[in-house]
Design a protein around this ligand. Structure first.
Ligand SMILES: Cc1cc2nc3c(=O)[nH]c(=O)nc-3n(C[C@H](O)[C@H](O)[C@H](O)COP(=O)(O)OP(=O)(O)OC[C@H]3O[C@@H](n4cnc5c(N)ncnc54)[C@H](O)[C@@H]3O)c2cc1C
Length: 403
């Protein structure tokens, strides 16, 4: 098979699907190929995604928000505290229309994105890239099985370990956090009321996120960051012992847990690619930056990146710009620098700050939580930052365009 397209997106995850959606909407005249086929692993992805209010705005522009909201649970309050210490901060409650974010299970999310992509007339699905991409002056040649695809721009969205990034010789700054996230779905004895908890323990943060009820049962997602031996011990323990240990670790005020689903373990690493653009090439999603999940920022940052990429390409296309031209891509990279830097620093600093045991720092944290709880302007600033609303959202489509 040989094909020529304007934009090729290599990947099968949320970033690749969202990129296809955003670019197809922004550039309806361009031919876009999604290289990777269906992701067989997507239905087994144990993660959930808390989509921040900033992402909601972008998915609304993309015309898919009502479909996502229908299968997500709104976050109406966020409670932050520290194990064994009295102070705690509450960022809400807020009304459903002002939800801090929405939580969606990854397989459900992938299915909704795939349905939306299938309806786009200018996106085609092709098999995965099978060799090293070869950027040339006016296109990037992509080996696909026995043939090849020539694309004016390649978007690499093949995840944290990104085989294509490696094949292209792009270096990464990597850091192993030396911790593992234990993920599980919890069933509750009482409604969660849209409450999300960020509970900092000496071994790492424990997050509870509201999920939509299933078969009449109230549910939450657990993301429990632990030292790897402790995570492995809990994963191997009997369901009853696991539940007992979880109950002892839960924050005060959390809804009572009646059952815990099978746990999945995810080792935590930070990756940042040393280059995010080259001529004919953009790295996106986890292939560009993979963050600590503590603040739920990773995918939300990628959504803002993709919206900005779509806006940048749309603006340059209006004056005849080539989507793979390095000047166009450098413009995109410049627009994203500040947000990426801040979000990476925030996701890195938060768990590090709460891991410190020195008395002055513990007191400082308690004062900080009290201030957050009592000072509405500080609360608003933190909530806006977490929601990705502290910088204006990119316009994927013209403000007056109708979907
Ligand atoms: C525990 C945890 C909780 C998280 N919670 C949140 C949250 O609440 N909010 C948030 O914003 N973010 C969150 N994140 C981050 C979020 O999960 C990631 O940012 C997001 O999944 C990245 O998606 P991706 O498509 O870039 O990468 P991936 O999900 O890794 O997908 C890349 C896919 O590409 C495939 N692939 C590999 N090679 C090729 C190839 N040659 N061709 C085609 N495809 C290929 C891979 O198999 C993979 O399926 C969390 C992360 C973790 C670990």
């Amino acid at each position: 098979m040989n094909a020529a397209v304007d934009i090729a997106i290599a990947g099968t995850g949320h970033t690749a699907l969202t990129a296809a959606l955003a670019l197809a909407r922004a550039l309806p005249q361009r031919r876009i190929a999604l290289l990777g086929g269906a992701d067989a692993a997507a239905s087994a992805d144990p993660r959930v995604t808390a989509l921040a209010a900033g992402s909601r705005e972008i998915f609304t522009q993309l015309g898919i928000w009502p479909a996502l909201a229908a299968v997500a649970a709104p976050i109406l309050d966020i409670r932050i505290d520290e194990h064994g210490a009295p102070a705690r901060a509450s960022l809400g409650p807020v009304a459903a229309a002002d939800a801090f974010g929405h939580v969606i299970e990854n397989p459900v999310f992938a299915a909704a994105l795939a349905t939306a992509v299938a309806a786009l007339p200018n996106v085609e699905r092709l098999p995965a890239v099978t060799g090293t991409p070869r950027p040339a002056a006016d296109h990037c040649a992509l080996p696909v099985g026995e043939g090849s695809v020539a694309a004016r721009l390649l978007i690499v969205a093949d995840g944290t370990d990104s085989p294509l990034r490696t094949a292209l010789g792009i270096e990464v700054e990597a850091r192993d956090y030396g911790t593992t996230a234990l993920l599980a779905t919890l069933e509750l004895d009482a409604p969660h009321g849209g409450l999300a908890c960020e509970h900092f323990t000496p071994s790492g943060p424990l997050a509870l996120l509201p999920l939509p009820a299933r078969d009449g049962r109230e549910r939450m997602a657990l993301v429990w960051v632990l030292p790897p031996p402790r995570a492995a011990e809990l994963a191997a323990a009997s369901p009853q012992r696991r539940l007992t240990e979880l109950r002892a670790a839960l924050p005060p005020g959390a809804a009572p847990v009646s059952a815990m689903g099978d746990p999945a373990l995810v080792p935590l690493r930070r990756i940042r690619a040393c280059e995010s653009v080259r001529s004919r090439l953009v790295l996106a999603g986890n292939a560009a930056h993979s963050l600590h999940p503590v603040a739920g920022q990773g995918f939300n940052l990628s959504v803002r990146d993709l919206a900005a990429l779509a806006q940048t390409l749309r603006e340059h296309a209006a004056v005849g710009g080539d989507p793979g031209d390095l000047r166009v891509l450098a413009d995109y990279a410049r627009r994203r620098e500040r947000d990426q830097q801040r979000t990476l620093m925030f996701s890195e600093a938060l768990p590090a700050l709460f891991a410190r045991r020195e008395l002055p720092l513990r007191l400082g944290r308690q004062l900080g939580l009290l201030a957050l709880d009592r000072l509405p302007p500080l609360r608003r600033a933190v909530a806006n930052f977490g929601a990705g609303l502290s910088l204006p959202a990119a316009r994927v489509v013209d403000a007056d365009a109708r979907l």
